[in-house]
Design a protein around this ligand. Structure first.
Ligand SMILES: Nc1ncnc2c1ncn2[C@@H]1O[C@H](COP(=O)(O)OP(=O)(O)OP(=O)(O)O)[C@@H](O)[C@H]1O
Ligand SMILES: [Mg+2]
Length: 519
């Protein structure tokens, strides 16, 4: 039976949060994020990295720093579907504090660092919305994640946006620095009439940008967002470093987002935190309740309308990553809740994982796909046995996988690694044809048999599964039966039954042999 989502569209007329808790048009209330009215304590803000400009007169310090309204969510929602932000209360609190500080003439710098899909861009969008709502000028630039690196790209984008929205001040007032900036913006005439030439040293551009932002934020504060800095060109990063170090006394909140991977941007975040010039926000995976809320939003259902086992699968499958929650929820909405195994790995996830894996080196896809066939956790020496690759290559690939946020070391075992998201391993496997999958499974089963004689612990059942996938049904039956017998010996009756049922695989097999010793 296919599940048909039912929409609730009733919008209560009573203006209390509880009256609107189940209202489709007020997602912020359902997520518990929108407080109504906001408590005065939530408005008090003094981030550690905030520095006030001497003599700056806040324009309107008594005006309430308003919470995000559902209407604004419709305007700025990350998916463009009006979906509300789930969780992230402490991050929003810090963003509000930084914006409030900018409005009062104080500088602050915040880094947003986190794994892909965790919601950095979503939070940046939220910050832009909050800024716009309270009259702060918001400007953002984004590093291109496709195509070759373009120097200064995020800065050019930001400047063009300022120009487009007529928030770009007269560049003449910046003297020679105005000339520097005008060269960055195609189509803008050089205010000093100089001939366009090379932009010049990043330090000069950085100082020019700082003076511009100070001017932009003069009366009401400015939010400057730079996203995807992990892919930024060296020049942009040099400018970012200069801005972070010299932001005081500009009335500017600087919001800098980067993936948590080894790169110059994350190094800069660490150094800036150490120097006390920036705060680093690290959005964490959503908890089970938040996963349920997010899935309910995307499916346009009440949270309690999603079956418990579906919430479990969404939580485990996504490891709390909002992007994966959305992808899985989407897959469920296409396939229905009734499918026993749940949806396949979403195509977009699979594509992104294999693209990222492919970039790690010539044999990376083969090595990490073999790792995925071993399981979500895998020991590195077994991986080497199964791939037949040189030890150095396997280690280098796995380390590159750690850098690319695909795998992580699985302490406390020193040479064990695990895929960061269960879906990553599934995505790699989903790219294989059935015969490739059978071949990989057979090779991994052989490697396990050679590496772990007697198949101790979980290796027995895992080998059974692999032999089944490789089409060696008689051997798979024998191993399932052996694993079932061992489970029974420990008193794990339910597992034993499950394993023994699975042992009934090979219609031609000899039942007497099925429970024999492991190979
Ligand atoms: N807290 C949240 N509440 C609701 N939706 C969220 C939340 N966090 C993220 N999302 C949604 O999850 C998806 C991925 O988020 P986002 O693009 O912000 O991730 P990211 O960290 O910027 O990833 P990347 O590193 O790939 O740029 C988006 O569709 C976004 O709207
Ligand atoms: Mg992003």
């Amino acid at each position: 039976m296919t599940f048909v989502p039912t929409r609730k569209t009733k919008h209560p007329t009573r203006s209390t949060p509880s009256a609107h808790r189940n209202c489709r048009r007020c997602p912020g209330i359902r997520s518990g994020h929108w407080r109504w009215p906001e408590s005065p304590s939530a408005r008090r803000c003094s981030p550690s990295s905030t520095r006030r400009r001497p003599g700056h007169q806040p324009p309107d310090t008594d005006a309430p720093f308003t919470a995000v309204s559902p209407l604004r969510r419709l305007q700025y929602g990350g998916m463009g579907d009006g979906a509300g932000l789930v969780g992230r209360d402490s991050e929003i609190e810090q963003l509000r504090a930084a914006l409030s500080a900018a409005r009062s003439g104080a500088a602050s710098a915040l880094f947003l660092i986190g794994e892909p899909g965790i919601g950095k861009t979503r939070l940046a969008t939220e910050a832009v919305g909050l800024a716009v709502e309270s009259g702060i000028i918001a400007v953002r630039g984004r590093v291109s994640t496709v195509g070759p690196i373009v120097p200064y790209r995020p800065l050019i984008e930001a400047l063009q946006a300022l120009s487009r929205t007529e928030n770009l001040p007269e560049l003449e007032s910046l003297g020679t620095y105005g000339a520097v900036l005008s060269r960055l913006i195609p189509g803008l005439s050089d205010p000093l009439g100089s001939t366009p030439s090379a932009v010049g040293s990043p330090v000069v551009v950085a100082e020019a940008l700082l003076r511009l932002l100070t001017l932009v934020g003069d009366k009401r504060g400015c939010l400057f967002v730079l996203d995807d800095l992990h892919d930024a060109d060296a020049e942009t990063l040099a400018i970012v470093e200069y801005l972070v170090d010299n932001l005081h006394p500009a009335p500017v909140a600087l919001l800098l987002a980067s993936r948590a991977e080894p790169c110059a941007a994350t190094d800069l975040a660490v150094i800036s935190r150490q120097r006390g010039t920036a705060t680093v926000l690290e959005p964490q995976p959503l908890n089970r309740e938040q996963v349920q809320q997010l899935a309910a939003q995307r499916l346009e259902l009440g949270a309690d309308e999603i079956p418990v086992d579906v919430v479990d699968r969404l939580t485990t499958g996504s490891a709390g990553n909002p992007f994966l929650v959305e992808e899985l929820a989407y897959a469920f909405s296409k396939q229905g809740f009734e499918e026993a195994d749940g949806p396949a790995v979403p195509v977009s996830v699979a594509r992104s994982v294999s693209r990222r894996t492919d970039r790690l080196g010539p044999n990376a896809l083969m090595i990490l796909t073999t790792a995925a066939v071993i399981g979500q956790r895998f020991p590195i020496d077994l991986l080497q046995h199964a791939t037949g690759a040189a030890e150095g290559e396997v280690v280098a690939t796995v380390h590159a996988g750690v850098g690319a946020q695909l795998v992580q070391s699985d302490s406390p075992a020193p040479d064990w690694y695990a895929f960061r998201h269960p879906l990553t391993a599934e995505a790699l496997i989903s790219d294989l044809t059935p015969s490739e999958r059978a071949g990989h499974s057979g090779r991994v089963a052989d490697a396990i048999a050679a590496r772990y004689p007697g198949l101790p612990g979980e290796w027995c059942a895992r080998s059974a599964e692999l032999r089944e996938r490789s089409g060696e049904l008689a051997e798979a039956s024998r191993l399932y039966a052996e694993a079932g017998r061992r489970a029974l010996a420990t008193g794990a009756v339910r597992s034993a039954i499950t394993l023994l049922v699975r042992a009934d695989l090979d219609p031609d097999g000899d039942p007497e042999h099925r429970a024999g010793p492991a190979r």
